[in-house]
Ligand binder design. Structure first.
Ligand code: AP5
Length: 216
């Protein structure tokens, strides 16, 4: 299984990838999570990325392509994978093709597009809580933790992401429309686009994805 997952900020990419990677026992990588980890650890990449991520701008593609290439190189022969939040523009889509062929990895089989309207994503992002230790995702109303501000899974503190402010959310939506949304047509033309309605409730989305991806 070799998948990429597209969709606006807050579409539920991270939420669904956690479910499908566990269900199918496939490795996944989120470029957003990797960047946040680098920012937390104040690495060279983190120092460069911080101002872009906090404002909701895209981090320069050469930095991101390298992170993804490192992940691809670390896979076993024939091992499957799911990419979350990558590619995010044409430059990255072309780089991904190149990375896969350079390392003799077969092409992406499906580009999953989780489709959700702007009003819904704004509601979701303004209520999102993220575990500062394991990255698990909650929502103040839709999916609250059992104990306030404590992760059910690892006991870590739940935080609001710095790019979940009103201003950064607005900017992320603009960046998504301008840079990433055109990839929906790109993958449709490649014949691998799979669109799912992301507004039908988390469990329904997961169930549909599990059913439809079972044949891969
Ligand atoms: P990234 O971390 O990838 O953020 P994003 O794409 O904006 O997506 P999110 O993580 O915000 O949302 P999601 O779709 O995963 O939704 P989630 O499952 O959390 O990127 C962050 C930043 O890093 C970028 O802005 C950029 O600066 C940089 N970056 C990353 N990749 C890059 C790249 N390739 N190139 C350049 N820069 C890059 O769900 C959201 C909320 O909704 C949760 O609270 C959840 O509980 C709730 N929810 C989920 N599904 C449902 C549902 N079906 N019904 C109701 N609620 C739901």
């Amino acid at each position: 299984m070799r998948l990429i997952v597209l969709g606006p900020p807050g579409a539920g990419k991270g939420t669904q990838i956690a479910v499908i990677s566990k269900h199918f026992n496939v490795k996944s990588i989120s470029t957003g999570d990797l960047l946040r980890e680098n920012i937390k650890n104040e690495t060279k990449v983190g120092k460069l990325a911080k101002e872009y991520v906090d404002k909701g701008e895209l981090v320069p593609s050469d930095v991101i392509n390298q992170l993804v290439e490192n992940f691809i190189v670390g896979l076993e022969d024939g091992e499957g994978f799911i990419l979350d939040g990558y590619p995010r523009n044409y430059e990255q889509a072309l780089a991904l093709k190149n990375i896969l062929s350079t390392h003799s990895v077969a092409p992406i089989e499906k580009a999953i597009y989780i489709k959700v309207g702007n009003e819904e994503v704004i509601k979701r992002l303004s209520g999102r809580l993220t575990c500062s230790l394991c990255g698990a995702i909650y929502h103040k109303e839709n999916q609250p933790p059992q104990k306030e501000n404590i992760c059910d899974i690892c006991g870590g503190e739940l935080i609001v992401r710095p790019d979940d402010t009103e201003e950064a959310i607005k900017n992320r939506l603009v960046v998504y429309e301008n840079e990433t949304a055109p990839l929906v047509d790109f993958y449709e033309q490649e014949g691998i686009l799979y669109t799912i309605d992301g507004s039908i409730g988390k469990e329904n989305v997961s169930q549909q994805l599990i059913n439809d991806l079972s044949d891969l």
